[in-house]
Write a protein that binds this ligand. Structure first.
Ligand code: GLY
Ligand code: MN
Ligand code: MN
Length: 441
């Protein structure tokens, strides 16, 4: 970690402590390493709030923030101790001695001292900021620390009487991306755009969905990505109508479309692109008609993205275009406004148009503000725009019969700027012509 990056985390922790207020202590525990089988573990992913507040990706780390304590003792990080045997078998550890400087925290201890130190750190606060309900073992341990400090109450020691969810604060902070986060998201977007282009260029009839998935993952890993932001979706033909299709086992057939929804993480920041393109490189006229509707919905929804607009407005713009398109395809019949209010589109478009994007693919941050109003878009927010149309075999709608088996989604990642927006994924082929060129069709 560079000195500038460490300073950034110091600033975030300062802001966090300011929001927590005096009389508070905050504790963030890393998710446990999970066993896959025998002595093989699942790939580890640090929880995003710890990454956001410290940059520490190590398992077993615990971050404690104590705004009440004197300068130089307010941020405490517990990490795994150095251990020659464990390091020979499982990899290097930073250890508490080096962690202090590396992460720019005030104090670092071995995590083996957690049960000894935590009751003391808690015993100076009235409020404990702690996310509960995710890991029963962590909840139990925290209650035990609280029980230990409660015993000191009779001696006049102030002890926490409230547990408060810290994600109310971190969610709000994470909603507004700073310059470093945006640089990392731009990098993730650029690697992901190249990966999607490579998949378009490689696809041909007879290949399998997993071959395109492998190509995407190769593109991500050869650039040093920290991982994939979610399970990649490569759905040929009717598989594209399954929103979270991840089997990726089927052959890609001549004349069909393939939908790829995939994204890498750069420094744990996600990218989330969807493109749908013809396996043989040329859209049929029916595929073109449906694709053009989804593309127009994407453009109309993105055009709404600017400071002051509501995320709900973005969704409404997409719904209007998609519904109008379904009328033009003669799938729906009737008055546009009535079809919108009766949600007639839901059979063919059953998901929302946007979600926040950041450390998590479905990133932290409420879709409503504290008063329950739809969230107003502000500079620094990053959201996806991802309209689609899906003609399932599960549906038995006569008017949709000609389109049965077609699934099309197009997804871009949009940063709200003071002037309007910046499309972080604009360079991924998106018009019919660009897609056909990229496919070599
Ligand atoms: N790939 C997950 C999503 O688009 O929401
Ligand atoms: Mn996606
Ligand atoms: Mn998405």
């Amino acid at each position: 970690m560079t000195i500038e990056q460490a300073a950034l985390y110091v600033r975030r922790r300062e802001r966090m402590m300011e929001s927590m207020g005096q009389g508070s202590v905050g504790v963030w525990m890393s998710p446990p390493v999970r066993v896959r089988n025998h002595d093989v573990d699942y790939l580890y992913r640090q929880t995003s709030d710890i990454l956001y507040l410290s940059g520490c990706a190590e398992p077993e780390a615990v971050l404690v923030l104590c705004p009440e304590r004197p300068e130089g003792e307010r941020s405490v990080l517990f990490v795994r101790p150095r251990d020659v045997d464990r390091e020979i078998w499982f990899g290097r550890r930073l250890g508490p001695e080096r962690a202090r400087e590396h992460y720019g925290v005030d104090v670092a201890y071995s995590v083996e001292e957690l049960d000894k130190k935590l009751p003391d750190l808690l015993g100076e606060a009235e409020r404990l900021f702690l996310r509960t309900g995710l890991e029963p073992e962590q909840d139990r341990r925290a209650l035990e620390w609280l029980e230990q400090v409660k015993r000191k109450r009779r001696l006049g020691v102030v002890t926490p009487s409230q547990i408060v969810d810290p994600s109310r604060i971190t969610d709000e902070m994470r909603l507004y991306k700073d310059d470093v986060e945006l640089a990392w998201m731009r990098k993730a977007a650029s690697i992901n755009m190249a990966a999607h282009k490579a998949a378009m260029a490689a696809a041909k009839p007879g290949m399998h969905e997993y071959e395109l998935a492998a190509l995407l993952h190769y593109s991500f890993e050869r650039q040093g990505c920290t991982g994939t932001a979610y399970q990649s979706i490569v759905g040929g033909g009717e598989n594209a109508t399954i929103l979270h299709y991840t089997e990726n086992q089927d052959p890609l057939r001549d004349g069909e479309l393939v939908l790829i929804d995939a994204g890498c993480e750069w420094n744990y920041y996600a990218s989330d692109i969807t493109r749908t393109f013809p396996v043989n490189g040329r859209f049929t006229s029916m595929q073109r008609d449906v694709y053009q509707i989804v593309l127009e919905a994407l453009d109309a929804a993105i055009a709404v993205c600017k400071p002051g607009a509501l995320m709900q407005d973005v969704h409404q713009a997409a719904l209007r275009c998609l519904t109008q398109g379904l009328i033009s395809l003669k799938v729906l019949e009737g008055d546009l406004e009535k079809l919108l209010s009766s949600r007639a589109y839901e059979t063919f478009y059953m998901h929302r148009t946007s979600h926040w994007l950041g450390l998590d693919v479905h990133d932290a941050g409420g879709y409503y503000d504290a008063q329950g109003n739809h969230r107003v878009l502000q500079p620094g927010m990053v959201l996806t725009v991802e309209p689609g149309l899906y003609f399932h075999s599960y549906h038995d709608v006569q008017s949709a019969e000609p389109f049965r088996g077609i699934g099309i989604r197009i997804e871009d990642n949009i940063l709200i700027t003071p002037e309007g927006h910046e499309n972080l994924t604009l360079q991924t082929p998106r018009t019919i012509e660009q897609v056909e060129v990229a496919c070599g069709g």
